[in-house]
Design a protein around this ligand. Sequence first.
Ligand code: ZN
Length: 251
Amino acid sequence: MTVNLNAHLTAHTPNPSLLDSAEVAAPSRPKRGVATTSALWPQQSVIKISLLGMTPEQEEFTKTNINKWAPHVNLTFEFTDDSDGDIRIAADNDLSGGHSYLGIRSLNVPAYKPTTVIGFQGGLNAYNAGTIQHEFGHVLGLQHEHQHEHNNLDINWSVVNKAYIGKGGAKEVKHNFKPLVSNVVSSEYDRKSIMHYGFASSWLNDGKAIKDNNELSEGDINFVRSLYPPVVKKKTATSSWWDYRHLHRGA
Ligand SMILES: [Zn+2]
C-alpha cells in the first residue's frame, strides 16, 4: 500500500505542509540539532508503532533502525501487530527516501492513513537504514539539520530550484532547504547529523559534495538526550537494605 503524502525528489523528505509552525521555542539547551518544540512528545511517552505492508525482513530491519534512537530517549517504542499505532509506517518498495509527519502531529492523521513512509527501493541497504533513522528523527520532532539557522552551506539555489521543477517547485525547495529561523529549538550546526541531507557537488557553490549520513551522529545523540533526558532512578531504601543483607551473608 502506498499513500503518497507528497512527491519528493530528494530522499529523507518530510511532508512539507508540516514544517510550518508557529510556536515558541522552549528554554532548553540542546547540544546540536533542530527541533520544533510543540511537536515533541510528552516526556516518557509510550509510542505505539505499526509497520504496514512490510515483509518480515523489512519489519526486522525497520525495528532495528528505529531502536538506534531508543537508548538515548526516555520514550518507549512499542511495536504492535495491529494497524492502529500512534505511528503507522508504510513501506514503499518503489521509493528511494521517505517522508513523515513531525512528532505528535502524527496523532492528528486519520487512522486509515500512514504517518510515515519508508522507501525500500534497492533493498535492505545502508542508505535505506539511514532513511529509517532519519524519518524516525522526524517522528521524534527533529527537523532537517541543513535547515539549521547557522548552517554554513553555500547552496547553489538555481541548480536546486531547477532540480525541483515539476517536483513541487519553489514551495518544496523552501520547505526542505530554507533555514528555519523561528519556532524551533536548536544549537550548534552538525553536518554529520542523520537529519542532514546529502548534497551533490553541483548543489553547493564550493563544489564539495556532502555524502549521505546513514547513522546517528554524536550530535544527534546529545541533542535528542537533551530533548528527552534520561530518567534518573533513585536508589530505594529496599535496595539499600538488600545490599546490606547481601554483604553480611558472606559467601
Ligand atoms: Zn527529512
